[in-house]
Design a protein around this ligand. Structure first.
Ligand code: AMP
Ligand code: MG
Length: 513
């Protein structure tokens, strides 16, 4: 079937398009349309056959009921019975808007629409295109998210086309949606009402209007023995093709852990995807990094989540790591969707980070112009199991200078370079707990120990590599002396790399025991 695509502007609605779409729905057709939450796949909610077509197009299990969308509050009474009194207050506050309420269904609603249940889910969307379409279609439009079942919900018309192109009659393209996550579902058939799916209308917002409500327990803990009360919540959902893993901890730890995981994966030739935010983006060097939104306004994260999950399906990656988000406000809905997309896979950031005893390695020489920078550059060229910040410093640096020219010549002959080097004085800032400080000479170590209160992470390079081959000082000598110095450093640095890698491996091994 040909899927017609009609662009529509919500600020200037073209009635002809709405009438064409409404007519299609009345005839039992399927029309995808924008709502403020996600794109919906519209069908006439009171026609059994239309509901059947909806399930077929989405590949949705038929026990997963549809939400009926209305445009006028009076219409609720035609499809629901025994409507509790709090409903008026909730509707006055949140309708039109991203709140779905569940009631006992009336005879008018076919079981095909409710997935065999005696209850019916109802929402009044705010998007003017959605409202116009609902009215044009006769007032009752069932509309699950307009995606293939299991894929991330569509937040742009393009996503709908990707999933349902050729399977439905029409797509109304109203641009990107506002909220980006599906509506909050509140079950009004129980006392007190129960939230079956978190969304942009939060528990706090609802409680401010009608007092205490409950949260479906199965949403709170992954290992709850109970099945979720909204049938749709039990299915794996929103899932990208790659395995998605949520990294959890404080933000700093999360960044360090994801950096390390991405570094290791890159080293093995399997780059990973990373779900990052505007604030954390600059910290990632490896992997396919995508910005989901800004932490300053979590609404932007809600809006970007499904788009980013879909974009990862275009990338050749097996694993995606995501930072986590605050479980408050809209953050609760974000985490709920992320959890479902991840199939509840988590890694505590601290578990990754604690395997890293050192995160920086600083070589210290006299003037930071030859042996220190050479050692640093040699180590940067080693295959390390962990990502380190590798630097060099000098004990007597009066002003920044480029590396010694003979040192540079020797490095060049080994396909390395010190051309970006500029000498720097060692100072207090270099004494951080996560820094392994390796001096070229004993005297430099002694000086640091006595000046900075005997930190326990300062060693001579000889001592740390358990190799006492003297590192000759080539200063003022011919090029050959620099060559000899290079040979010794090369050997010591190779030993250092083996030791550093065994540190990581050993700690990992112990961890696993
Ligand atoms: P979607 O429209 O794709 O966001 O899916 C609709 C969601 O509403 C699914 O999770 C359904 O299981 C849920 N839902 C719809 N009707 C009911 C109902 N009568 N009782 C409980 N959950 C429902
Ligand atoms: Mg859905």
């Amino acid at each position: 079937m040909e899927t017609k695509i009609r662009k529509i502007d919500k600020n200037q609605i073209d009635e002809n398009i709405i009438n064409e779409a409404g007519e299609l729905l009345k005839q039992g057709g399927l029309v995808a349309f924008p709502t403020e939450t996600v794109y919906g796949l519209g069908a006439d909610a009171l026609q059994e056959e239309a509901a059947r077509r909806t399930y077929e197009a989405k590949g949705r299990p038929s026990d997963n009921p549809l939400i009926i969308h209305i445009a006028d509050y009076e219409d609720l009474r035609e499809i629901a019975v025994n409507i509790p009194p709090e409903t008026d207050m909730l509707a006055a506050h949140f309708w039109p808007g991203p709140l779905t309420m569940i009631f006992e269904k009336s005879e008018a609603v076919p079981y095909e629409t409710t997935g065999g249940l005696d209850t019916v889910a109802v929402r009044m969307p705010e998007d003017p295109v959605a409202q116009a379409l609902i009215r044009a279609a006769g007032g009752f439009v069932s509309a699950p998210s307009a995606n293939t079942s299991g894929r991330p919900s569509p937040t742009e018309a393009e996503h709908v086309l990707e999933d349902l192109g050729g399977k439905i009659d029409m797509i109304l393209d109203g641009g990107a949606v506002d909220i980006g996550l599906e509506s909050t579902i509140l079950d009004m058939t129980v006392i007190p009402p129960m939230i079956l799916r978190p969304g942009a209308i939060t528990m706090d917002m609802i409680e401010e209007v009608i007092g205490p409500v409950r949260m479906d327990e199965s949403l709170i803990s992954a290992d709850s023995a109970q099945a979720p009360k909204a049938p749709g919540m039990k299915y794996r959902h929103y899932a990208p093709n790659a395995e998605l893993i949520i990294v959890e901890g404080d933000l700093r730890e999360e960044i360090l852990a994801i950096r390390q995981l991405a570094f290791e994966a890159d080293r093995k030739g399997h780059p990973v995807g990373i779900i990052a935010t505007s604030e954390t983006l600059p910290f990632y060097k490896y992997g396919v990094v995508k910005n989901v939104g800004t932490r300053e306004n979590e609404k932007t994260i809600a809006r970007g989540l499904y788009r980013v999950l879909r974009e990862f399906d275009e990338e050749n990656i097996d694993t995606i790591y995501s930072e986590s988000f605050a479980g408050q406000g809209i953050g609760e809905a974000i985490m709920n969707r992320l959890e479902k997309a991840a199939g509840h896979l988590h890694i505590p950031a601290a578990d990754v980070v604690k395997l890293q005893k050192y995160r920086r390695i600083t070589f210290v020489s006299g003037t930071d112009s030859a042996r220190g920078p050479m050692a640093a550059e040699l180590l940067r060229h080693c295959d390390l199991a962990q990502e380190y910040v590798i630097n060099s410093r000098g004990m007597v640096v009066l002003f920044p200078e480029p590396a010694n020219q003979k040192a540079e010549a020797i490095m060049k002959s080994a396909q390395m370079t010190l051309e970006d080097h500029s000498s720097l004085q060692f100072d207090e800032e270099d004494i951080q707990e996560d820094a392994l400080i390796l001096t070229i000479e004993e005297s430099q170590k002694e000086k640091i120990l006595s000046e900075y209160g005997h930190p326990d992470h300062v060693f001579t390079l000889n001592e740390y590599t358990e190799d006492d081959t003297e590192i000759p000082d080539p200063y003022g000598k011919p090029l050959t002396a620099y060559g000899e110095c290079f040979e010794v450093l090369n050997r010591l640095i190779k030993k250092l790399a083996v030791k550093l890698n065994s540190l990581t491996e050993e700690e990992k091994w112990q961890e696993e025991q």
